[in-house]
Ligand binder design. Structure first.
Ligand SMILES: Nc1nc2c(c(=O)[nH]1)N[C@H]1C(S)=C(S)[C@@H](COP(=O)(O)OP(=O)(O)OC[C@H]3O[C@@H](n4cnc5c(=O)[nH]c(N)nc54)[C@H](O)[C@@H]3O)O[C@H]1N2
Ligand SMILES: Nc1nc2c(c(=O)[nH]1)N[C@H]1C(S)=C(S)[C@@H](COP(=O)(O)OP(=O)(O)OC[C@H]3O[C@@H](n4cnc5c(=O)[nH]c(N)nc54)[C@H](O)[C@@H]3O)O[C@H]1N2
Ligand code: SF4
Ligand SMILES: [Mo]
Length: 768
């Protein structure tokens, strides 16, 4: 008899609740969980393909260890022994900086990826950390760090209540949203329009999201910062600003007008390829809307002035008084966030506290640009990276100049990968540690709950028991931490116990903590959960803003929505900082398998500010110092042809091309070209063309379509599955080409170290 089990989908940021059908130990179906408190039954084709992905025969079943140059199946003991033999010895000889760590995107979709990498980095003591963030949202972290003092204080558009949404460089109808966790984003956009609201989309392509909009502006790629600066300048010049209560928490309002003075609509219009009137009208409409939210994503981040654009998004939200108010852009308060603390000055956000060895790139949020990984490996000298820990990452395809990185990885003394697939990157590892498939793993969204448009909390225990010979990814991480620390052989539970002990000791010694003066050992004994990671989750929930703070157990009520301490305001003193009977913990969460709704987003200012001044820093120094470069861009002669990416609904970066149900149809690696450009360049639909840029050239089939604007071509990323030594039988049959081979890694947004993946110049010639 088939049975069902609930599982939050790990395949994108929407975090939909799925109901899996399970026969034996196999997932045979997936549908949306209609009782999920957040996603209410929504599912997309990727979620529906959960079973196919879970049971992909190409998934590795056992660890692989390199012997005599070849990767061979090995036992877990042999695999961790190989790590223990290699890494501590390299650290002893060459120092901690000789080990690099790469963390890829799925780490934000697994419990292991959130709970253990901080412990791994601490154990290694290396500053050579590279993550997918510098191919993605690092500009937003930097702008939030500078504005609010906390790089994770990222406001999200209040989709369900706003009257006006200005969306730049995002295509949530296909990506399902990013830094804005909202199951059924498309439905929510339609609902916005149905209730009389306005959707404006800024994108050089007429995307499926743009097709839903009231107004679609298709500017030249890379010009968002100029457009946004002109919008802000217009609000200031026409006295349309109305920051309201924000004014008393904001510094730099006076200086902003002068800093932006040069960015008149007339001045930026040629660079954006919009008219000055289009820009002025948009500014006026934004100001006139009762509530509005400005939201920018990939297309405004992975560009030349990504940090400035990310900053200006929030400048507009502040100038219009929409930051931190319902209907505007609000800060979520997740159940595993630290409980709100009193308002006041904080430590601020530092940039460039250290620099990369070869090119001297400044760190941002303790990370170095992933674009610089290859040179850090292949450039000789002291401090060179000789060993690499790669977790859920495929930078050979996802980062610039995969060919150079490919060669660099091949030259490493040692590499260990935690990855379910033998792919373009993991094929270079000396040890591959494959996690159990998602059906056998527990799930909690530590990351995405902090970007969710509604406060809620959900947990999925494993839907299927761990198969013989498999290892849970949390245990893999814990054993890896031990192996690199010279403690191979120790019980992995010790890693979780140490983490729990450290947190409790700190809380019990903190005079502002609800746990002050209590016995950490006794409290550790009270934690619920059948595994180390569950106990750590319980601890975070109990200490969090809705937590029970170890109050004596209360009866589990039938419905939690009403009596959980939803949205305790930041900075609240007194009883809010005390034990809270009926508050959240793991047991309570387990009793609500469809999740617990914690209510709509609420204002959180000034409590969440952590700048040194304790105020919003509207014009922080690093931003002011960067503005001259944006001014200079006004005089640039735009390139004749630039490239942008695109995402397909049934794809996910580099690793979903191996699931047959998700391949084919329009999910293809083609170069989209506007008919006028195609005619000018002599290109034919379906025929190959040669595309060339800084980093190299590719042959790619042309798809002629007016969905891209003139002067812009579009090629998706995550393709190029034609390297030897991988085990991706479905993907290898239709490999596509790697767009990132067009880049040499030198184009970066300077403040954040984020690669310029959109809006770089290319040349195109037909292949006869
Ligand atoms: N040109 C261009 N390049 C881009 C982008 C773009 O828009 N244009 N987008 C960028 C963005 S936003 C991102 S986030 C990056 C993504 O780039 P990466 O961070 O490299 O992520 P993926 O390509 O998704 O590769 C994920 C890896 O994780 C493995 N994996 C899958 N599930 C699990 C799991 O549960 N556990 C573990 N341990 N491993 C798992 C997969 O097999 C794969 O090897 O790409 C970036 N690259
Ligand atoms: N189906 C699917 N879903 C995904 C992913 C996937 O690969 N496939 N990846 C996931 C990941 S890791 C992420 S980070 C998110 C990203 O989610 P989104 O940010 O929604 O990313 P995209 O769908 O790439 O949309 C970016 C849009 O920016 C446009 N653009 C390019 N350059 C510019 C520019 O200079 N200015 C403006 N205004 N627009 C520009 C592009 O045409 C594109 O339509 O999606 C996630 N969800
Ligand atoms: S929208 Fe995202 S989370 Fe929801 S089912 Fe699709 S892939 Fe999964
Ligand atoms: Mo991403």
């Amino acid at each position: 008899m088939p049975r069902t089990a609930l599982r939050i989908c790990p395949l994108c940021e929407a975090t939909c609740g799925l109901t899996l059908t399970i026969e034996g130990a196999t997932v045979t179906g997936a549908r949306g969980d209609r009782e999920d408190v957040f996603s209410r039954g929504f599912i997309c084709p990727k979620g529906a393909a959960f079973g196919g992905l879970d049971a992909d025969p190409d998934r590795l079943r056992t660890p692989l260890v390199r012997r005599d140059g070849r990767l061979r199946e090995a036992t877990w003991e042999e695999a961790f022994q190989a790590v223990a033999d290699a890494v501590p010895a390299l650290v002893r000889t060459y120092g901690p900086q000789s080990v690099g760590v790469v963390l890829g995107n799925p780490n934000v979709h697994t419990m292991a990826g959130q709970l253990y990498p901080p412990l791994l980095l601490k154990a290694l003591g290396t500053r050579n950390l590279f993550t997918a963030s510098t191919l993605d949202q690092m500009p937003k972290h930097v702008s939030s760090g500078l504005l609010f003092g906390d790089p994770f204080a990222i406001p999200v558009p209040d989709l369900d209540r706003t009257d006006f949404l200005l969306l730049l460089g995002a295509n949530p109808v296909e990506s399902n949203g990013s830094l804005c966790t909202a199951p059924d984003f498309p439905g929510r956009l339609k609902a916005l329009r149905a209730r009389g609201g306005t959707l404006v989309v800024v994108d050089p392509r007429r995307t499926r999201t743009a097709a839903l909009a009231d107004r679609h502006l298709a500017p030249r790629p890379g010009s968002d910062a100029l457009l946004l600066a002109a919008l802000a300048r217009t609000l200031l010049a026409e006295e349309l600003t109305d920051p309201g209560v924000l004014a008393e928490h904001t510094r730099g309002l006076g200086e902003l007008a002068e800093a932006l003075d040069r960015f008149t609509p007339e001045a930026v219009a040629p660079a954006c390829d919009l008219t000055a009137d289009e820009i002025r009208d948009l500014a006026r409409d934004l100001a006139a809307a009762p509530t509005a939210a400005v939201y920018g994503r990939i297309g405004s981040c992975t560009v030349e002035h990504g940090t400035l654009a990310s900053w200006l998004v929030d400048v507009l939200n502040i100038l219009t008084g929409n930051l931190d108010r319902p209907g505007g852009a609000l800060f979520p308060l997740s159940a595993t966030d630290r409980a709100p603390r009193p308002a006041g000055p904080g430590k601020g956000f530092g940039l460039g506290r250290w620099h990369s060895r070869v090119s001297g790139h400044p760190e941002a949020k303790a990370e170095l640009p992933l674009s610089a990984l290859a040179e850090e490996i292949d450039t000789p000298g002291e401090g060179r990276i000789r060993a690499l820990v790669s977790i859920a990452a495929n930078p050979v395809l996802s980062a610039p100049d995969g060919r150079r990185l490919d060669a660099a990885l091949a030259g490493l003394d040692f590499m260990v990968s935690i990855d379910p697939y033998l792919n373009e990157t993991s094929r270079h590892a000396h040890v591959v540690l494959p996690p159990a498939p998602p059906s056998q793993s527990a799930h909690f969204d530590f990351a995405f709950n902090t970007f969710a448009i509604r406060n809620q909390v959900r947990y999925s225990p494993p839907a299927v028991p761990l198969e013989d010979g498999r290892m849970d990814e949390c245990e893999i991480h814990a054993r890896l931490v031990l192996a690199v620390s010279g403690m191979h052989g120790t019980d992995p539970a010790a890693v979780d116990d140490l983490a729990i002990g450290a947190t409790l000791a700190r809380e019990c010694a903190d005079p502002d903590s609800p746990l002050r003066g209590q016995d950490p050992v006794r409290l550790a004994g009270l934690l619920a959960g059948g595994s180390g990671p569950e106990r750590r989750l319980d601890l975070m929930l109990r200490l969090g803003p809705y937590g029970d703070r170890f109050a004596p157990a209360a009866d589990l009520p039938g419905s939690a929505a009403t009596d959980t301490r939803a949205g305790a305001p930041d900075g609240a003193a007194g009883p809010d900082n005390a034990a809270a009977p009926g508050g959240l913990g793991l047991e309570r969460l387990l009793a609500h398998p469809h999740g617990i709704d914690l209510g709509p987003l609420r204002p959180r200012l000034p409590g969440l500010l952590r700048t040194r001044s304790g105020a919003i820093e509207l014009l922080p120094d690093p931003i002011a110092a960067e503005l001259p470069r944006l001014r200079a861009a006004l005089a640039d002669r735009p390139a004749a042809l630039v490239l942008v990416g695109r995402r397909h609904l049934r794809s996910n970066n580099s690793w979903l091309h191996n699931v047959p149900a998700l391949t084919g149809g329009s999910n293809r690696c083609t170069l989209q070209v506007h008919p006028e450009d195609a005619a000018r360049l002599g290109l034919t639909d379906g025929r190959p063309a040669r595309i060339t840029a800084d980093g190299g050239s590719l042959e790619v089939p042309v798809e002629i379509t007016d969905a891209v604007r003139t002067g812009v071509v579009s090629l998706p990323h995550g393709w190029g599955h034609d390297r030897p030594g991988t085990r991706l039988s479905v993907a290898a049959a239709v490999p596509g080409v790697n767009v990132n081979q067009l880049l040499d890694g030198s184009r970066l947004d300077p403040l954040s170290g984020t690669a310029v993946l959109n809006g770089f110049p290319v040349e195109l010639t037909p292949i006869p």
